[in-house]
Design a protein around this ligand. Structure first.
Ligand SMILES: [Zn+2]
Length: 342
């Protein structure tokens, strides 16, 4: 992946400014929150300062990087937008999201469960599964502004195709904002801008900016770029097409939306060092922990001795108890955990 250039961000800023100023069909569809105002007139929406972001470094293994010393680019006018403002930029000519801005407050928080969003197929969308991806699906419908903040569900102007890892990486930031608003009743200016290179249908990443209003950013302030990547998977951002990365030429099981499946296997390690498990090597499992010869962590690809205390703390979703031999486990691709060195 190339470094994202200043010019690209400038282009994004212009697109965002334009689309939000025009404020078309997608503007602000707020489900179940009657007090929310959708502002079209406020300059709250333009983001010319994105042009000064400068180069965002190419992905090098970290899920996100802070930008501009984590200082968001909101203008004074944007920060002065009315409480409850929500603006969702219109899709561009290629059907891509252009960004979303909100003044998040108690009045924008959801009051009910999130609705179904599977009807929306964001640009670059496809359903593909890899055995080593948390939850299996490579892509999720990634909300630009989280449901927990503005109660949006199937709003196509607020949903992009994002990798599982990118979606997870944003969670802490979204929760920080939601907790702050709930605990204080204060407001947070919040903007999510997907960054697309050229005509790519899959965004390179999302720039997330937030600043608490009443305390002038004392409690909440960040400006962070999240990479739309999944370790172990090579992604073609033009289309969203994907395959196992070279380093991880291993077990995968891609179920395409058409219903077709492709699969293959070979021992390997993903780009972040997680072993890829060869599921064609048959291991014997038991549900009785006391019978286990070894304990497997299917998420990290490590195996432990049954008496290792780290083995006891593996999530029930990731733990497997095996009666297979050490050789078989290693052949399947698991690595010995350094804590107990089984
Ligand atoms: Zn251990």
């Amino acid at each position: 992946m190339h470094a994202i250039r200043k010019t690209l961000l400038a282009a994004v800023a212009v697109a965002l400014a334009l689309s939000m100023a025009l404020l078309p069909g997608c503007s602000g569809i707020t489900s179940g929150t009657p007090n929310v105002t959708v502002s079209a007139s406020s300059s709250a929406t333009a983001s010319p300062l994105l042009a000064s972001v400068g180069d965002i470094p190419a992905y090098s293994g970290a899920a996100y990087v802070t930008v501009n010393n984590s200082k968001p680019f909101f203008t004074a006018d944007e920060l002065a937008s009315a409480a409850g403002t929500e603006v969702y930029g219109e899709l561009d000519a290629l059907g891509r999201c252009t960004g979303a801005f909100a003044i998040v407050g108690t009045e924008t928080l959801p009051t009910d469960e999130r609705g179904e969003i599977s009807s929306v197929h964001p640009s670059g969308w496809q359903h593909v599964e890899y055995s080593f991806v948390d939850g299996l699906a490579l892509y999720t419908r990634c909300l630009l502004i989280a449901y927990s903040l503005t109660d949006e569900d199937a709003n196509e102007c607020n949903l992009v195709t994002g990798t599982r890892s990118m979606n997870l990486a944003q969670t802490d930031f979204e929760q920080e904002v939601a907790s702050y608003v709930r605990d204080t009743g204060n407001h947070v200016a919040y903007r999510a801008t997907p960054v697309f290179e050229g005509d790519n249908l899959l965004c390179t990443g999302i720039l997330l900016e937030a600043r608490s209003i009443e305390d002038n950013g004392k409690k909440v302030e960040f400006c962070v770029f999240f990479y739309n990547v999944e370790p172990g998977v090579e992604i073609d951002y033009a289309t969203g097409a994907n395959k196992l990365a070279e380093a991880g030429s291993a077990t995968y099981n891609a179920k395409l939306e058409s219903g077709a499946t492709v699969s293959g296997s070979q021992n390997g390690v993903t780009a972040d060092g997680t072993p890829i498990i060869d599921e064609s090597v048959t291991l014997a499992f038991t549900s009785n922990a006391s019978e286990a010869a070894y304990v497997l962590n299917t998420k990290t690809g490590k195996f432990h001795t049954p008496d290792c205390e780290n083995a006891a703390s593996i999530s029930k979703y990731n733990v497997k108890y095996t009666t297979s031999t050490r050789d078989e486990i290693v052949r399947a691709g698991y690595l010995a955990a350094s804590c107990c060195n089984p």
